[in-house]
Design a protein around this ligand. Sequence first.
Ligand code: HEC
Length: 123
Amino acid sequence: MLRNCVLTMLMIICGFAARADNHATDAAAEDSDTSTVEHVVDLEAAEKIFRKSCRACHGNKAQGAASYPKLSDKTPEYIAEKLKIYRSGEKIGPNSILMISHAKKLSDEDIANISVYVATAFD
Ligand code: HEC
């Protein structure tokens, strides 16, 4: 009787441990998904962000003007890297303060989407 009980307890504990393990590997897989090209790009979402928060400065076609840099000739990797730097609050050029406040509102997913959109939509 006691032995059965201990066995059952062991099985339950092992079951939990196995589930926790699975969960950990799932989470790791999800993390790496967002940082690779396997991310499914949502260009519609990106267009909305661009119209609302970027084009006033960078131009209708991300062509830039005066001290607002052109974005349409950059690669998605370049744009994403810059946005992450601005989001962290770090400065790049003399007018970074304008970008930092905008970049802070962007999620990882927003950045992945907008980077591809800006680099490809105006070719
Ligand atoms: C208020 C005007 C303004 C808005 C709005 C704005 N930007 Fe910028 N952006 C700038 C300026 C100015 C710079 C150059 C900043 C510097 O000196 O570091 C810049 C730089 C950048 C850079 C780096 C370009 C390079 O060649 O290094 C990227 C990428 C960028 N912006 C993307 C965006 C995106 C995406 C949005 C919308 C979410 C956006 N910006 C909204 C003004 C703006």
